[in-house]
Ligand binder design. Structure first.
Ligand code: NAD
Ligand code: MG
Length: 391
């Protein structure tokens, strides 16, 4: 019975199937067809790619965020796959009673309700979509405890921390050191940053990712969000989470234990490895991914971040320590500012100004206290977006 159980293929739902993480996850699934069955896939609007994926993996159920695209996909598939629509459709898929594991890889706050549904359904939730954790980390953690869900990180830094944490007990951890490549403007002067175009910001030195997170990497807002993400994933106080610039992106993060030992996890900058680990944990399997060779390790540099040029890190510490809806405001202001920047409506440095303005104008009493409800968090998210868009 036990043996049969452990050999059953795990049922998987993939949210954000057409994105950068989604495609990497599909590559991992192709390597482990005997271990996982894709029973659901969700995306925003790319019906062609979804139809191909559904055909290849014989996916029985899908969801498109856009209703018109759901209708289009239904027509294309001619009854071969049930297609749900809208946020509720995506959330229904995330809570599929048949699913063992849900990969949360939608970008931004749009992933909050589906990810929460997966947690409330008691699943293993492999989270790439960090924004919901930033917005509502306390609610997600409490829901995971209540419903016996397992939250595992896909974000490479947090996967590294998660792996390094296995070297000691939680109470023995002194510091978490999150590494950051520094992005395309690591050594740029303020004038260069002020003039930076979307094309320049999208030119990441080491990682190939979706547009929003690539801009976040250029502003270090990605690392800022990751500080708050680490706080919720590992229950670490903000004083114990630090950021280190490491341009080669080979050391994915480190954990310092109280005896002074620092345990690092290394690998190529390739998201397939942390995705695979979140899916197969606690096992380690050979998926045939390219190995880390010595030439990539010949020089590894580490330096402190420039907090003057990149105020994002201090925004995160401030919002995180303040708690309540402040992290949700930080996240929403950033999402909205990045949209404006990508549309050519504001400059690169304006992203910092818009976020700072939202954090400064956030009334301390906005939407109730230190433990806001989901509705209060969503209201704060809307408020911050309006504030940023109307400046
Ligand atoms: P992406 O833009 O490439 O893909 C986003 C995916 O989400 C797409 O499949 C899109 O269709 C889907 N989507 C967007 N809005 C949706 C909605 N309302 N409903 C349903 N689906 C929707 O983004 P990405 O780079 O893959 O990043 C996804 C998440 O993973 C982000 O939160 C990012 O911070 C995180 N992450 C990404 C990487 C990476 O290497 N790309 C690394 C670490 C963490
Ligand atoms: Mg990361």
């Amino acid at each position: 019975m036990c043996v049969l159980e452990s050999r059953r293929r795990k049922n998987l739902v993939l949210l954000g199937a057409t994105g950068s993480i989604g495609r990497n996850a599909i590559d991992v699934l192709r390597r482990f067809r005997g271990r996982f069955r894709l029973i659901g896939a969700a995306a925003h609007s790319n019906v062609e790619e979804m139809a191909r994926l559904i055909g290849e993996f014989e996916v029985p159920r899908a969801a498109m965020f856009r209703e018109d695209k759901a209708a289009e996909l239904r027509a294309m598939l001619n009854g071969r796959c049930e297609v749900l629509a809208g946020t509720e459709g995506v959330a229904t898929l995330a809570g599929d009673p048949e699913a063992d594991t849900v990969i949360s890889a939608i970008v931004g706050a749009a992933g909050l309700l589906p990810t929460l549904r997966a947690i409330e359904s008691g699943k293993r939730v492999a989270i790439a979509n960090k924004e919901p954790l930033v917005m509502a980390g306390a609610i997600m953690r409490a829901a995971a405890d209540r419903h016996g869900a397992e939250i595992l990180p896909i974000d490479s830094e947090h996967s590294a921390v998660f792996q390094a944490m296995r070297s000691g007990a939680r109470g023995e951890v002194r510091r978490i050191l999150l590494t950051a490549s520094g992005g395309p403007f690591r050594d740029a002067g303020r004038e260069t940053m002020a003039r930076a175009t979307a094309k320049e910001a999208l030119n990441h030195p080491t990682w190939n990712m979706g547009a929003k997170i690539t801009v976040d990497s250029a502003t270090l807002m990605n690392k800022a969000l990751e500080i708050i993400e680490a706080h919720w994933l590992f229950g670490a106080p903000y004083d114990a989470i630090e950021v280190v610039i490491h341009p080669q992106s080979i050391v994915h993060s480190m954990v310092e234990f109280r005896d002074g030992s620092v345990v690092a996890q290394m690998g190529l900058p390739d998201m397939r490895l942390p995705i695979q680990y979140a899916l197969t944990y606690p096992d380690r399997l050979d998926g045939g991914l390219p190995p880390l060779t010595l030439d990539r390790m010949s020089s590894l540099d580490f330096m402190p971040p420039d907090r003057e040029r990149f105020p994002s890190l201090d925004f995160a510490y401030e919002a995180g320590r303040r708690g309540g809806v402040a992290p949700a405001v930080l996240n929403a202001a950033n999402e909205e500012a990045v949209k404006l920047f990508l549309a050519g409506k504001i400059g690169f440095l304006d992203i910092f100004d818009r976020i700072e303005d939202a954090l400064r104008t956030l009334d301390i009493n906005f939407a109730g206290g230190v433990e806001p409800s989901l509705d209060e968090i969503l209201a704060a998210d809307r408020w911050a977006r309006e504030r940023v868009a109307s400046k």
